[in-house]
Design a protein around this ligand. Structure first.
Ligand SMILES: [Zn+2]
Length: 301
């Protein structure tokens, strides 16, 4: 019996005995290791299928357990093949069952007869899953296609350079994320400043002339085209106004005094004198407003 506790007797010498089991002259596995010198270990073995004992001819059901002598009897590639030698519980006969790694199952080799209950896939129109020998793997059409010269040419001339390019690009963009991020943020900050400056200037003008909040002022500041366009529109509006005034005057002379000209209030700009005093900075903005008002007056007509 192996030692179950950790009691160290007074005459136990660690240097000499090394372990408690060695001190008692026992194996760690106890009685189960009594045939270890023959390569046999006693293990509990459960019948994996129904058998008939070869000696007493009794039926022994699946799941009956025995203290079997387990022994390694060979190898299938690197997988050991174990044999279990059991003594029938109904008689004194012995039978042997061993593992079959090739087919991942157990086989009775001696002293008994196995009840044949195996499912045979080949018999039922299938094929054996574990049959690794003989039959070559079925040809893979995709693998065959990959081996054609066309496919290989495409691979080396198109796909690989493309992959390399993508890798390079990815490396370039991911090499120094901090520096890139800083660059982008700097750019955004500059843009934001310009945007804010423009908005405050626009708001100032809108407040001064009582323009609606949602009115979009064109940025004429740095666009010569817009300025000239606005000036042209203004000149055109002025001309039309003069024409109408002269027509009205003519009509008045002819006695049609009931016709009145309704001028839009915004056309009488109060900005002309004050803005000129402010200098050239507001000139372009004024032209923008003039453009807007000219358009409005045309639309209202
Ligand atoms: Zn028996």
């Amino acid at each position: 019996m192996q030692g179950f506790n950790k009691y160290y007797p007074p005459d136990y010498d660690g240097e000499k005995h090394k372990s408690l089991n060695a001190y008692r002259g026992k194996h760690a596995l106890g009685d189960r290791a009594r045939k270890l010198d023959q390569g046999i270990l006693i293990t509990r073995f459960e019948l994996p299928f129904n058998i008939w004992c070869g000696t007493c001819n009794n039926h022994i059901g699946m799941g009956v357990r025995y203290n079997a002598e387990k022994k390694k009897i060979g190898n299938y590639y690197s997988t050991p093949i174990f044999e279990f030698r059991c003594k029938c519980h109904l008689c004194d006969g012995w039978f042997k069952i061993q593992t079959d790694p090739k087919n991942t199952r157990y086989v009775v080799t001696e002293g008994a007869r196995q009840k044949d209950e195996e499912w045979d896939p080949e018999e039922n129109g299938g094929y054996a899953i574990h049959d690794t020998e003989g039959n070559a793997a079925p040809a893979d059409p995709l693998a065959a296609l990959e081996k054609t010269t066309d496919a290989q040419n495409h691979m080396t001339k198109v796909q690989q350079p493309r992959l390399e390019e993508l890798e390079e690009a990815s490396e370039r963009f991911n090499a120094d994320p901090y520096a890139l991020s800083r660059k982008v943020r700097k750019h955004f900050r500059a843009e934001k400043k310009v945007e804010q400056k423009k908005r405050t200037a626009d708001d100032e003008i809108k407040n001064r002339y009582g323009l609606p909040e949602e009115l979009n002022l064109a940025s004429a500041r740095d666009d010569e085209g817009t300025i000239s366009e606005a000036k042209a529109a203004w000149a055109k509006g002025k001309r039309e106004l003069e024409q109408r005034q002269s027509e009205a005057a003519k009509r008045r002379k002819l006695g049609h005094s009931q016709t009145s000209i309704s001028l839009p209030a915004s056309t009488s700009l109060p900005a002309s004198s004050s803005a000129k005093k402010k200098g050239g900075a507001l000139d372009s903005l004024r032209s923008t407003i003039l453009q807007n008002t000219a358009r409005n007056s045309l639309r209202r007509r």
